[in-house]
Design a protein around this ligand. Structure first.
Ligand SMILES: Nc1ncnc2c1ncn2[C@@H]1O[C@H](COP(=O)(O)OP(=O)(O)O)[C@@H](O)[C@H]1O
Ligand SMILES: [Mg+2]
Length: 424
């Protein structure tokens, strides 16, 4: 069979890599891909929002199944466009993706189906939002409604931060229409974790647990990023907590959508805060987290094509998903300046020195070819991912590989997976 993956980051590299291990798959295309993906798949150049062209491509190339990585094409309706033409695709429809693409939709949905989340109010007026913050006190959280590439949330502990956030989103409109509405919500204390599951709209199967590192510097300092690393399993998610999350959050989400006439197929991701054993939803995403996907997919033993086909055919209840007992750790190597304005075009050295290391895979994110060299092309450049018999082993292995790779201005966190180690 032939598969197509939409996207070009570390998450998509991990998906392509799993597809290449599938016993059903003999060819994988990726759109747009990156330099690492190009080593194992054929990268094609069609704009990810030009759905007609993409549908034409899968028709002419006889592509059997498409997997969508990022949220942009999902919220733009790629799944609807493919399904209209009878093409198999793994991902959520435009309606279902509102769970991610509109934070107001998600909050109202959670309220309606009693899914635990922070108390909140929605505003379209700056003055009323400011008034509400004054009444509620600090710290408080301000969120732009729409997609903002992970930059639309402000956790404010001082009054000036509130004023700045509201001004940027509501007056300067730095996120455009994504800032038409603003959520002001209660600040939640606790430990942050990600929880992901596969679903075909009825059956829902949790993945192994993971935790990612959002802040740019060690000890969770500095600004938020797309994610600087992740590890799996995350001991904070015990068996008991997993079943609480499934009962209070994941199942009600899928059945709530169903009750609204929305069938949800694909990956459902809940960003959670755990406070005294009780999970609260910060947000939903309609896709794999990145870099969580790199560590989680490294542990997946079941053929990803079997899972994907079961999702599109709505027979997920027929299959058993198996995971390796090993642990996985992914360390992201980022460009100088990231998550702010960053440099690009730097030559990456050492990739050949890690190629033959056992238990190590380097997933590419922002990389490109320049003649015979591989150069940086994004903020997050590589996700160095290792497996080991436990978190400690995986972590050591991953950092051993990191030491062999270098590009000018490269930076990374040195404490990935420490949260797991500190608990032991
Ligand atoms: N209610 C909240 N209380 C405490 N921290 C929050 C809250 N909401 C969001 N955050 C923090 O802000 C980050 C981004 O918020 P999130 O809702 O995940 O939006 P996005 O990923 O779209 O930027 C979270 O990962 C979390 O660290
Ligand atoms: Mg988030």
């Amino acid at each position: 069979m032939k598969a197509l993956v939409i996207g070009g980051g570390g998450r998509e590299h991990a998906i392509v890599w799993k597809l290449m291990q599938s016993r059903h798959v003999d060819k994988v295309y990726c759109m747009p891909g990156n330099a690492g993906i190009a080593e194992i798949a054929e990268c094609i150049d069609v704009h990810s929002l030009d759905f007609n062209k993409l549908v034409d491509f899968v028709r002419y190339e006889w592509v059997d199944l498409t997997i969508v990585g990022p949220e942009g094409p999902l919220s733009g309706g790629i799944v609807d466009a493919f399904e209209r033409e009878g093409r198999r695709i793994v991902g959520s429809t435009k309606m279902a993706t509102q769970l991610e693409s509109s934070k107001v939709f998600a909050k109202e949905f959670m309220k309606r189906y009693r899914i635990p989340t922070a108390e909140y109010k929605v505003f379209t007026s700056y003055i009323h939002a400011e008034e509400y913050v004054r009444m509620k006190g600090l710290p408080i959280v301000i969120k732009a409604d729409g997609l903002a590439a992970g930059k639309g949330v402000f956790v404010a502990s001082r009054a000036e931060e509130v004023v700045d956030a509201l001004r940027l989103v509501m007056k300067e409109r730095i996120f455009g229409d994504a800032g038409n509405r603003v959520i002001v919500e209660q600040y939640l204390e606790g430990e942050e974790v990600s929880f992901m599951a596969f679903t075909d709209g009825s059956t829902i199967i949790p993945m192994v647990s993971s935790q990612d590192y959002k802040r740019v510097f060690d000890n969770d300092e500095g600004p938020n990023t797309g994610g600087m690393g992740a590890y799996s399993p995350a001991p904070v998610i015990t068996r008991e907590l997993e079943s609480i999350i499934m009962e209070r959050i994941m199942r009600p989400a899928i059945s709530g959508l169903k009750a609204m006439g929305i069938k949800y197929k694909g990956v459902l991701y809940a960003g959670l805060i755990i406070d005294n054993g009780n999970p609260y939803v910060l947000e939903f995403n309609c896709r794999f987290g990145d870099p969580e996907a790199q560590s989680i997919l490294s542990r997946l033993n079941t053929d990803i094509m079997d899972i994907s086909m079961a999702i599109t055919d709505e027979r997920l209840s027929d299959i058993n998903i198996e995971w390796s007992d090993e642990a996985a750790v992914c360390v992201v190597l980022a460009s100088e300046g990231y998550p702010g304005k960053y440099k690009r075009g730097k030559v990456i050295h050492g990739l050949n020195d890690v190629r033959d290391m056992d238990d190590v895979v380097v997933f590419h994110a922002g990389t490109a070819f320049n003649d015979n060299e591989i150069i940086t092309k994004g903020g997050r450049v590589l996700g160095v991912t290792a497996t080991g018999k436990d978190i400690n082993g995986a972590k050591e292995r991953s950092y051993e590989a990191v030491k062999r790779i270098h590009f000018e201005g490269m930076h990374y966190r040195k404490d990935i997976a420490n949260k797991a180690l500190n608990r032991q």
